[in-house]
Design a protein around this ligand. Sequence first.
Ligand SMILES: *[C@@H]1O[C@H](CO)[C@@H](O)[C@H](O)[C@H]1NC(C)=O
Length: 118
Amino acid sequence: MGSKVEFLAVIVVCSLFVIAPHVYAKISCEQVTMLLTPCIPYAVFGGDVPPACCSGIKESLALVKTTEDLRLKCECVKEGAAGIPGLNYTRVNELPAKCGTTSPYLVSPNTDCSKLKG
Ligand SMILES: *[C@@H]1O[C@H](CO)[C@@H](O)[C@H](O)[C@H]1NC(C)=O
């Protein structure tokens, strides 16, 4: 009995190690978009920064581990921002500071994401 449970535990732990790098090595655009969606009302209309926006920004910054992640996230934010009518880029770029953090790049329609280094 005991050894069967142990055997299963070993399988579970091993598969976590096998699966995890594929799941977490690269960030996905959907992930970033989901985290930053609460920021859209502030970016368009101003007012108070929603707490969900700040936590989203911080989580999305924490996701970036490599240069590749950074470029992917930058492209994703740039494309996402381009699709939002009335978006105020000044306010978008104020957000990290308002949330007490810093972003490694400015969001603008002209940002060259391929030049960023993580
Ligand atoms: C964008 O936001 C900034 C800072 O809140 C504000 O000064 C500026 O007038 C806004 N621009 C537009 C086009 O609404």
